[in-house]
Design a protein around this ligand. Structure first.
Ligand code: ZN
Length: 243
């Protein structure tokens, strides 16, 4: 008997699952607004058409579903055999017919949602490994997917913006990115401030202070433009590399 609702009863996790599914629905909406011909257009990502973005999001759902299956069965099933295999898969996916590409997105998203729904409470703590080699609890897969669907919806470049992304998702994304900079020492001399909040990240004695709205700061931090951010009287520097 298949459950009709998530097996987890953890309210925090249920809330995170909601954000992931909302993000998936948002991506679906932006994708559905694009005609088949428009799929051939450029995305915001250098060298990637919209087709690449859709293929990536579809294969990403499959890869994350493999981690959830791993947590469920205890049988190790990595996201991808290697980074190069992942990249080849995206390039192949980008050549699919529009209907096949749309099906890839739809079916993979439903499959992942069902894998999450049916994962027993205790299995959410089981350790899996990401493509970056990080060992994380299965619950982390929800966030991994959340940030992909929201950010890549913007990358489709047909009207979505960082302002459409829920503040809680933006804030966690900013913590991830600035945390990654701090780990690598990439934020030396740089302070990031979110206007109207007490969110500040980086070097308190920094010579360069990048400030703006939460959506603006996250857009900048992900390397997607400088709208809505300032750096004192000077030019806004490029954000350090994120991943
Ligand atoms: Zn991605």
């Amino acid at each position: 008997m298949v459950a009709r609702h998530d097996l987890t009863t953890d309210p925090g996790l249920q809330e995170q699952l909601l954000q992931a599914r909302r993000g998936t629905a948002f991506f679906a909406r932006k994708l559905n607004e694009l005609s088949d011909a428009e799929l051939d257009g450029d995305s915001l990502l250098p060298g990637w058409s919209r087709r690449h973005v859709v293929a990536h999001i579809g294969y990403n759902a499959r890869a994350i579903a493999r981690l959830v299956e791993w947590a469920s069965t205890g049988v190790e099933t990595p996201m991808y055999p290697s980074v190069s295999v992942r990249d080849e898969e995206i390039n192949f996916g980008a050549t699919l017919s529009p209907i096949a590409l749309r099906n890839l997105f739809d079916h993979s998203a439903v499959h992942l949602s069902v894998e999450w729904r049916d994962l027993p409470e205790d299995a959410w703590h089981h350790t899996v490994r990401t493509i970056q080699g990080r060992e994380v609890p299965a619950s982390e897969t929800v966030w991994m997917r959340t940030r992909e669907v929201w950010v890549h919806a913007v990358d489709l470049d047909n009207g979505a913006s960082f302002g459409d992304i829920p503040a809680s998702v933006l804030e966690r994304l900013l913590r991830d990115i600035t945390g990654s900079w701090a780990t690598r020492g990439a934020d030396a001399g740089l302070l990031v401030k979110v206007a109207g909040t007490d969110l500040t990240f980086g070097d308190p004695d920094a010579a360069v202070v990048v400030a703006g709205s939460l959506a603006g700061v996250v857009q900048w931090a992900t390397g997607r433009g400088t709208d809505g951010v300032t750096a004192g009287a000077g030019p806004v520097p490029a954000a350090p590399k994120w991943i």
